[in-house]
Ligand binder design. Structure first.
Ligand SMILES: O=c1[nH]cnc2c1ncn2[C@@H]1O[C@H](COP(=O)(O)OP(=O)(O)O)[C@@H](O)[C@H]1O
Ligand SMILES: [Mg+2]
Length: 195
């Protein structure tokens, strides 16, 4: 089965492709030359589920193929759960580095550094059916970045084992991360059936 990956985030493409390698699926990036040109819709939903459905359904409709999307975010306890679903546009900053600096700035007055990552991975079919899988991981935010791996807020996110998410390989990140957990649930649900 060909499944289109409905994201323009190369970090997500890498993690999804690695995590689902055991399924008999061919994951096709949405910019593949065999597919019509398309852009992702605006994320106007109020939840990760809604935003993931907006992205996956739009791509499935245009391509006529099942499409897989992820909507995810970082929820910081001291910031009342922000940036959450707005993680990709936090502070209106234009790249990961600036968003990380903005986060450190916001956290400066706080001693509570607890945070979690949340991911909702959603598979949409051209007939309108959808299935969603959620994963979470808890950690602490450091005062400076560590590690060159992953993407986004990974270098600031300290796991219980003393490493940041930016210090993990793709396979190590899959084993513990929010997206890895959501993808594992999708994988188990599909391991037993053909589609
Ligand atoms: O695994 C992760 N590591 C680090 N940051 C993440 C991770 N997952 C999500 N994020 C952050 O949350 C944002 C989620 O954005 P969203 O899912 O709306 O779209 P995106 O595909 O455009 O990045 C990312 O841009 C990133 O800043
Ligand atoms: Mg989003």
């Amino acid at each position: 089965m060909r499944v289109v990956v409905a994201t323009s985030n190369p970090g997500k493409v890498r993690e999804m492709t690695e995590a689902l390698s055991g399924l008999p699926w061919v994951l096709v990036p949405m910019n593949d030359p065999s597919l019509p040109a398309m852009t992702l819709p605006e994320e106007t939903g109020a939840t990760y589920e809604e935003n993931a459905a907006l992205k996956a359904c739009a791509v499935s409709l245009v391509t006529g193929l099942p499409a897989l999307a992820d909507d995810s975010g970082l929820e910081v306890e001291a910031l009342g759960g922000a940036p959450g679903i707005y993680s990709a546009r936090f502070g209106n900053m234009k790249n990961d580095l600036e968003r990380n600096l903005h986060l450190l700035e916001q956290l400066r007055p706080h001693t509570n550094r607890r945070a979690k990552f949340v991911s909702v991975v959603l598979l949409a079919y051209p007939d309108g059916q959808v299935e969603a899988y959620r994963g979470e991981v808890a950690g602490q935010l450091l005062e400076g970045p560590r590690g060159q791996g992953g993407f986004g807020y990974d270098p600031l996110f300290l796991l219980p084992d003393g490493r940041t998410m930016g210090e993990l390989s793709v396979a190590e990140k899959r084993a513990v991360s929010h997206r890895g957990r959501a993808l594992e649930a999708l994988k188990s649900a599909h391991a037993a059936r053909p589609v």
